[in-house]
Design a protein around this ligand. Structure first.
Ligand code: SAH
Ligand code: SF4
Ligand code: F3S
Length: 442
């Protein structure tokens, strides 16, 4: 009889993509996924360690599962992802009811490890840092979340070592998937009905740097994907500011399927803070890149990430972040208060830590500025007619609506009684809210 697996996915898109791959492999060995943890034989958590809060959440979540096990429920518990890679077998000390700890480098071993558990093994830990690159799994070994967008990792890991960031420690060195495997994966996803391909990497502009025998970079990959027959969209995240090449910008303009959207985290508006963060650009250079993209890519959306309260950040330096957001008219930003992460360089600067209340207050001002920027950005489109790819049919405040995204990644709500998920529709924008825009079918 087939068994059931429940998985809680806590991290970024890369983490979600790993979940899809793990569910696919588990399906091949007899596990169907369930949304109801109480029904599962195997409970998995795919963790994120970007901030302390996400790490703490992981442990509190599995506490409940531990209780079920203590009360005699016959379940297996697997702890996966970035916290697993970072803490390894220490996890058994904190949560002895965990059966398997699986790091980010060894996902492909999951079916064998589950078999080991089924055969009675206890406290299995597989976190060896292999820096292996597992090229594409057969598509039937990926259980993609049912949506219109397929995520395809193109690079793994990161070599940048920004002083605040844990990712280089949890994901290992930067390595690229082969173009062949990415293109095959994209073609299969499109044949299976997906309408959008999003290429994933911590720094997608580094794609191909590790190919010894050929000069093949992100722009080449985009061009090749753009040549695949059919109506679909292509996106790529995340871009590292100073690695964005002229060729990449030209490619976005030239390739009709590649969307006008760049996610380029700035992190801080102060050149001094950026230096301490070990980011390889200053405020002026970041501004130049944004201006260059805006001048060449019509209607482009540029989004960013910012950290408030990095160690040593002065009020003046923080104010430079607010002014950068406004000056550069950033369309949307992810924001966070600095959280010290074990092993990272900045975490050692304890004498420079910003008090929690100051961080919280700065984060609030950052969020307020972000809201202003988002609304302003959305208002630019009122009265325009845009193409929207529909992602959902839902009831919003008592009315049937379809929701989707424009090419430049704006979320649009449209009144409609028919489920049009997966269709491209033309929409007249009627008014703008902070987080989305309203429109009507034309
Ligand atoms: N590769 C991407 C970011 C990946 S992590 C890049 O280079 O921009 C996603 C975001 O989490 C980062 O952009 C950063 O803003 C935030 N982040 C990372 N470490 C953090 C920390 N220690 N505290 C608070 N936010 C952090
Ligand atoms: Fe982290 Fe910096 Fe790498 Fe992004 S580029 S993942 S912020 S180390
Ligand atoms: Fe992603 Fe969190 Fe790991 S952001 S790479 S899941 S630390």
């Amino acid at each position: 009889m087939r068994k059931k697996v429940f998985i809680d996915t806590m991290g970024c898109q890369m983490n979600k993509s790993d979940t899809e791959r793990m569910l696919g492999m588990l399906s091949c060995i007899g596990y169907d996924s369930t949304e109801i943890p109480e029904d599962a034989d195997l409970l998995m958590i795919n963790t994120c360690s970007i901030r302390q809060l996400s790490e703490d959440k992981a442990f509190s979540e599995i506490g409940t599962w531990g209780q079920w096990k203590k009360h005699g429920k016959k379940i297996k518990i697997a702890f996966c992802g970035c916290v697993a890679q970072q803490k390894q077998d220490e996890i058994f000390k904190r949560a002895p009811y965990v059966d398997l700890v699986l790091g980010t480098h060894n996902i492909k071993m999951l079916p064998n490890l589950i078999k080991e558990l089924e055969n009675g093994a206890k406290h299995v830990c597989q976190c060896e840092e292999t820096n292996a690159i597992y090229d594409t799994l057969p598509e039937d070994e990926i259980k993609r979340v049912k949506s219109i967008n397929a995520w395809i990792p193109i690079t793994e890991g990161c070599n940048n070592f920004c002083t605040y960031c844990i990712v280089p420690y949890t994901r290992g060195r930067e390595r690229s998937h082969s173009p062949q495997s990415i293109i095959t994966e994209a073609k299969t996803a499109l044949q299976n009905g997906f309408k959008e391909i999003t290429l994933l990497g911590q720094n997608v502009d580094s794609y191909g740097k590790d190919f010894k025998d050929r000069e093949y970079r992100l722009a080449d990959l985009l061009e090749e994907l753009n040549n695949i027959e059919g109506k679909f969209r292509i996106r790529f995240v995340t871009s590292y500011p100073s690695d964005i090449t002229d060729k990449l910008i030209e490619t976005v303009v030239k390739c009709d399927k590649v969307c006008e959207y760049f996610h380029i985290p700035m992190q801080s508006g102060s050149s001094e803070v950026l230096k301490k963060m070990n980011r390889r650009y200053n405020r002026e250079e970041y501004s130049q890149i944004v201006k260059k993209i805006r001048s060449q890519v019509p209607d482009v959306t540029i989004t960013s990430d910012f950290i408030a309260g990095f160690p040593g950040e002065t009020e003046e330096q923080f104010a430079e972040t607010l002014s950068a957001m406004e000056e550069l008219e950033l369309d949307y930003s992810n924001t966070a208060a600095y959280s010290p992460r074990e092993k990272t360089v900045a975490a050692k600067w304890t004498d420079k830590y910003i008090p929690d209340d100051v961080k919280t207050e700065r984060l609030k001002r950052l969020n307020d500025k972000n809201k202003e920027c988002c609304l302003k950005s959305n208002q630019k489109y009122v009265g325009r007619e845009l193409s929207v790819l529909i992602e959902n049919f839902e009831n919003h405040k008592g009315k049937n609506i379809i929701t989707g995204r424009t090419r430049n990644n704006k979320i649009v709500h449209i009144p409609c009684d028919k489920d049009m998920t997966g269709e491209f529709v033309n929409v007249k924008i009627t008014n703008a809210k902070t987080w989305y825009i309203n429109g009507e079918l034309v």
